[in-house]
Design a protein around this ligand. Structure first.
Ligand code: BG6
Length: 512
């Protein structure tokens, strides 16, 4: 028997990543289809996949929600979402084919009649569209409802793994509120679906530039020799947003930005930056390396010195008056939720001992930017007079995840003239300048991988637990403080305490 790791002829491999990968016939059911994620990301991504020819004619999309809609009302909602948010141009013939497989089931989670109607609709589609009995259930709903939904799927025979067919479940972060609730959530889901059928979405892993991190590190000989504590002084991982919480008070307050994005996106970026080379990009090997490095990463010993949090106050941003967090609709005055967080993580292994990884994220900052910056140690000896090199900082390799996707190398160069004066310059790679293809949206890639059953880009439960082990003590420390998070002005780079945190270590934050 040939196992998945022993495939002999890559050209015959249905998962060969050099070939366009087309999903087989199936039904995608979205629970929580009236939510923002579904309208802005999921429906447009389904259309974009269809437009790129990556969905088969037998594909079907089912929305499940509490609305009193007919199939055509839902099709109209999908149509509008596609027109507004799809990445690729609208083509009538693509839409026509897709819309023939669109259905809506009006129902309540927890109501048996509703799930029976869902089951009948799926059976009708299996028959009409030849889906082969393959079904994916996307739970775009609060985690508190997972148990009810997966139990009902089981009771109605929709979670069964029948021979030659598949049934998969897709869940969105947050994967729990802390370590113990993450374990409970996993228990609930895995009591019904085997782990190979559970796809946890962290949409950062679907971003092209995040996958390019693997190419940069492991397809080149140039970077690996300096990718360690002999050369790297410290690493800064930044995810900044210029928006506030918008209408998401109900979700965001009580969660806070550390749970919202550090637990998942930023710790995944850290894992990909710091892990050892996997033997291959097969899911098991990639995940094993991520797990190893997350297990070696630890929260700061001095929480008071190496963690900070803040929340935005009202003011002006980009010429507009904006509300402070406490004035946003639906936020209780007593809240202590943070909208900015910066933490130091150390990795106790031979490669990274002594190299701090600084992670920061915030809402209402100066601009939207995500980047990973490796700051290198200074040259051991500088044969220049101190005035020549006054401007010189440290060499840096910056992976620009978004926007302006690309890579920058910053180093010192001689200023033209008779003096030996050194100044910092940038060497740039920009995706737009080197490739004509535009990057697919993260959700396109991830939904396609779910339908193909291709797991490398989906974190496993073990990674989720390890990430909570890093974050939980920090959240406990913050919860024990009597003071609320420090205020910071909109349109800047966060609270002063975050600058002080880095200054204590002799560093400054980058201003991307
Ligand atoms: C989500 C967070 O996971 O990522 C949001 O819940 C955040 O708070 C969003 O705004 C940012 O995603 P992106 O792809 O725009 O960087």
């Amino acid at each position: 028997m040939i196992t998945s790791t022993e495939r002999v002829n890559p050209l015959r491999d249905p998962l060969d990543r050099r070939l366009p990968r087309i999903a087989g016939p199936c039904v995608l059911v979205i629970f929580g289809v009236t939510g923002d994620l579904s309208t802005r990301k999921l429906m447009p991504a389904v259309y974009d996949l269809a437009n790129r020819g990556l969905l088969p004619p037998g594909f079907a999309l089912v929305g499940f929600a509490r609305r009193d809609w007919e199939h055509q009302d839902f099709a109209k909602i999908v149509h509008d979402a596609v027109q507004q948010h799809a990445r690729t141009p609208f083509r009538e013939e693509v839409w026509k084919q897709l819309s023939e497989g669109i259905r809506f089931v009006s129902g309540e989670i927890g109501n048996d009649d509703s799930v029976r109607r869902l089951r009948d609709t799926i059976a009708e589609l299996d028959e009409a569209r030849g889906t082969g009995g393959n079904h994916a259930f996307y739970l775009s709903i609060p985690p508190s409802l997972f148990q009810t939904v997966v139990d009902q799927l089981r009771e109605h025979g929709l979670a069964e793994q029948r021979y030659g067919q598949w049934s998969r479940v897709v869940i969105e972060k947050p994967f729990g509120h802390n370590l113990s609730s993450a374990r409970e959530l996993n228990r609930v889901v895995s009591s019904v679906f085997p782990s190979s059928s559970v796809f946890r979405i962290d949409h950062y892993l679907g971003k092209e530039t995040v996958q390019n991190l693997l190419a940069l590190r492991f397809a080149n000989q140039l970077f690996e020799p300096v990718w360690n504590n002999n050369y790297v002084d410290h690493v800064q991982i930044t995810m900044a947003e210029d928006i506030g919480i918008g209408g998401r008070a109900g979700y965001f307050d009580g969660i806070g930005i550390a749970r919202d994005v550090i637990q998942n996106h930023l710790l995944q970026l850290l894992a990909l930056t710091a892990m050892e080379e996997p033997t291959s990009f097969q899911a098991d090997q990639l995940r094993a390396e991520k797990q190893k490095v997350l297990a070696a990463a630890r929260p700061p010993k001095r929480m008071d010195l190496h963690t900070t949090r803040g929340r935005y106050v009202g003011g002006w941003q980009g010429g507009k008056k904006v509300l402070g967090y406490l004035e946003e609709k639906g936020i209780p005055p007593s809240t202590t939720t943070e909208t900015y967080a910066a933490i130091r993580v150390d990795i106790d292994n031979r490669r990274w001992a002594g190299v701090p990884f600084y992670l920061r994220t915030g809402k209402r900052l100066a601009r939207r930017v995500t980047e990973i910056a490796l700051g290198f140690k200074r040259a051991p000896h500088l044969p220049f007079s101190s005035t020549d090199t006054e401007e010189l900082g440290y060499n840096a390799l910056v992976l620009r995840i978004q926007p302006d996707e690309g890579v920058t190398l910053r180093f010192g160069a001689k200023v033209p003239g008779t003096q030996m004066e050194i100044r910092e310059v940038n060497m740039d790679f920009a995706y737009g300048g080197s490739f004509t293809e535009s990057s697919p949206e993260a959700y396109e890639r991830l939904i396609l991988d779910v339908l193909l059953g291709d797991p490398p880009l989906f974190p496993q439960h073990e990674e989720v637990e390890l990430a909570w082990e890093i974050l939980d003590p920090i959240l406990d420390f913050w919860a024990s403080l009597d003071t609320p998070p420090d205020g910071y002005e909109p349109g800047g780079w966060g609270p002063a305490c975050a600058d002080e945190m880095l200054a204590r270590d002799g560093h400054i934050w980058r201003r991307p």
